[in-house]
Design a protein around this ligand. Sequence first.
Ligand SMILES: *Cc1c(COP(=O)(O)O)cnc(C)c1O
Length: 391
Amino acid sequence: MFSDKDRAHFSKLETPFYYYDLNLLKSTLEACHKAASAYKFHVHYAMKANFNPIVLKEIEKIGFGADCVSGNEVKKAIEIGFAKNKVVFAGVGKSDKEINDALDNDIFCFNVESVQELSVINELAEKKQKIAKVAIRINPNVDAHTHANITTGLDENKFGVNSWDMPACADVLNISANLEFIGVHFHIGSQITNMEVYKNLCIRVNEFATWFEDHGFKVTVLNVGGGLGIDYHKPDQQIPDFETYFKIFADFLEVKPYQEVHFELGRALVGQSASLISRVLYVKNGKKKNFIILDAGMTELMRPALYQAYHQIENISKPLSVDSSQTSNPVKYDVVGPICESTDCFGKEVQLPETFRNDLIAIRSTGAYGEVMASHYNLRETVQVVSSEDI
Ligand SMILES: *Cc1c(COP(=O)(O)O)cnc(C)c1O
């Protein structure tokens, strides 16, 4: 919900822009921190969800670590002030340069995604006379029951080491003097809302941790990744249920006294704290369809085009008391952007009050995988950002 003050301020600004609600971000982070602390769980923030410095600074302040998937993310995390011993580096294709930079920075851990990568990190660490800490990212073949394009933990996915490669991993670890094995890592997908999935994951984590211990490796870190979803249909009911989420792991993971449990949350921490604010350029009434053409498109928010993602769309130029879906004069619109692609569509048959040129439209729940996926396709401008502290 936007206050009258927000709306008045927005109406004076150039569109499109991302609006960040820093108060909501802070409350979400606090809720997560509190729920995780109850079990002494460690949280790393998956930076790829949103690496806007205003977001990163809040997350660093609360004491979370950083989960990075590129060399530049590792650099950025350290630049923002994340402690080096709280930076982990995952990714299925780490280049030699990225590995070398991370070694120079003495990060906490490499989450290694193939047997070959283990050998490469060992060689590069040897040249620098360093010991690289590694966790094996295991593909546990657990179905995340989420959109196929954001499932990562099935045998057919490219991520992680498959179960049949565990013995080969053990062999390489045994002959690699410059690697220190610290544990196991998993990340099975994103926007997971079915808690049964995490139960299944816990069972697999227990099995793989036991396998390594049975083969003479001490497992000190159980990193279960991220993936907790948010409710895109309820952008105003904003803080995810972290208590229930962490409790599943507390109940089903077998944690030994010397083991730490690590999480890598992205979307759940930042998703609800931004909206993309856009202006209606044109309204086209067709025979079969009514179109609203916005000044924001897939170049500002790619999720709908990339994986048919749903975002709630609101006309915020209408008075506050009017619920957009229950006005006396609702119209169904296809809400589209200006980009020359048919997939540049934010929603089909969206029920809105009758809408006019220059009305402001809010596309909600765009704090995760929104601004960071923006592109310059069609030579579009860099998308602007406004925070609640600017108002
Ligand atoms: C993307 C990613 C995450 C975070 O996923 P969310 O669904 O945003 O929580 C965590 N770990 C790894 C390795 C990732 O690639």
